[in-house]
Design a protein around this ligand. Structure first.
Ligand SMILES: NC(=O)c1ccc[n+]([C@@H]2O[C@H](COP(=O)([O-])OP(=O)(O)OC[C@H]3O[C@@H](n4cnc5c(N)ncnc54)[C@H](OP(=O)(O)O)[C@@H]3O)[C@@H](O)[C@H]2O)c1
Length: 341
């Protein structure tokens, strides 16, 4: 059993916690958060052990009547791996502490590349993370792009990628972010950073991305244009995309689904936990293959897409499973690829 702690129990941290609870080779020792709020109360109700970042925060939990099992330092003394899911940039501040204690660290995409030894995407470079001291699971948009690119690259070969990313403005729980009534070019000067982030995993790839932010909280949407290394048929492309449970194809003719709202509604109706869709959603009817060129729309559920990669990253750094075994186990335990209708 690999013993794991989670520092940061927000959008990503609580989902990674739930995913760990479904594994038989990974044990969740405890979680860290700063505020004694409803999320902390729910964690207690679930039977999770809460640790405070420091002694002062521990006092705040005590005053709110929420039991804490100690501080982050105490948690670090009991684990093999810490999953850092604190807000972007905060993980880098904890890095010296993790290193001092000697625990392996999994960081998230909000951290700069150099925070970890390897940037990680299960389908692309699992083996590069094996046995490492630190790994950074790339951001939600980058994870979505990499799942598509590596699936097509492994089956057919990919030469270059051009992608336009329509980003959600905020996560559903966030009350201070926008825009509310605008489409923001983010950034105006091209390219956006997402292509560079993809290159932290695939340094050889010719990729250029652009991004806009729109007033929605549900999912991101990408328009992706891929140049393959040879001509291919639509059947070959479909076969490649169907070879992994981390991608689901939405058949608009059959389901009527042509929006992110309907994807999330389908996940709700299907009884998915939190209406999460950790799979990359590719709109099947958008797939256009023209010689060596593939064009398609895909959607990324930003709150959950990186969760399977976090579980694989834990197995990789601890070297307890091969790429294939880890991906299979993660997919099965999280119910990935289960039909939504
Ligand atoms: N949300 C997404 O769409 C998404 C997708 C992919 C990757 N990511 C990345 O995942 C990371 C976490 O993002 P998130 O959206 O999960 O953030 P979040 O919802 O804001 O959660 C952050 C958590 O960290 C805790 N925290 C804040 N400051 C802390 C500190 N100094 N020490 C310990 N814990 C602290 C917060 O606790 P309190 O609530 O108690 O203050 C909260 O539980 C970021 O790197 C982000 O870029 C986010």
């Amino acid at each position: 059993m690999v013993r794991v702690g989670i520092n940061g129990y927000g959008t990503i941290g609580k989902r990674v916690a739930d995913a760990i609870l479904k594994q038989d080779d990974i044990e969740l020792v405890g979680i860290v958060k700063t505020k004694p709020d409803y999320v902390a109360l729910q964690a207690v109700k679930k039977g999770l052990k809460i640790y405070a970042p420091d002694a002062d925060s521990a006092k705040a939990f005590a005053s709110a009547g929420i039991p804490v099992s100690g501080t982050l330092q105490d948690l670090l003394g009991q684990v093999d791996v810490i999953v850092d899911a604190t807000p972007g940039g905060v993980g880098a501040k904890y890095k010296p502490l993790y290193e001092e204690v000697g625990v392996k660290a999994i960081y998230q995409g909000g951290e700069k590349t150099h925070v970890a030894e390897v940037s990680f995407s299960s389908l692309c470079n699992y083996d590069e993370a094996v046995g490492r001291r630190s790994v950074r699971v790339v951001s939600c948009n980058t994870t979505g792009l990499l799942r598509l690119i590596c699936t097509l690259h492994n089956a057919i070969g990919v030469k270059s990628v051009r992608a336009t990313i329509v980003r959600r403005a905020a996560d559903p729980k966030e009350i201070k972010r926008g825009p509310v009534n605008s489409i923001n070019l983010d950034p105006v000067k091209l390219p956006s950073h997402h292509g560079e982030d993809v290159k932290t995993v695939l340094p050889w790839l010719d990729i250029i991305t652009a991004a806009v932010v729109v007033p929605t909280t549900l999912m991101h949407v990408h328009l992706v244009n891929i140049k393959l290394s040879r001509q291919a048929s639509i059947e070959e492309v479909l076969q490649a995309l169907q070879s992994t449970r981390r991608i689901i194809l939405v058949d608009t003719k059959r389901t009527g689904i042509k929006s992110t709202a309907e994807v999330i509604e389908a996940a709700r109706d299907a009884g998915r936990p939190r209406s999460d869709v950790p799979e990359l959603v590719v709109f099947k009817d958008s797939i256009t293959v023209n010689g060596d060129e593939v064009i398609l729309f895909q959607a990324v559920h930003q709150e959950s897409i990186v969760v399977p990669e976090n579980i694989d990253a834990i197995r990789a750094v601890m070297n307890i499973a091969s790429r294939e075994d880890s991906i299979r186990k993660t997919d099965e335990t999280l119910g990935l690829g289960k039909p939504l209708w």
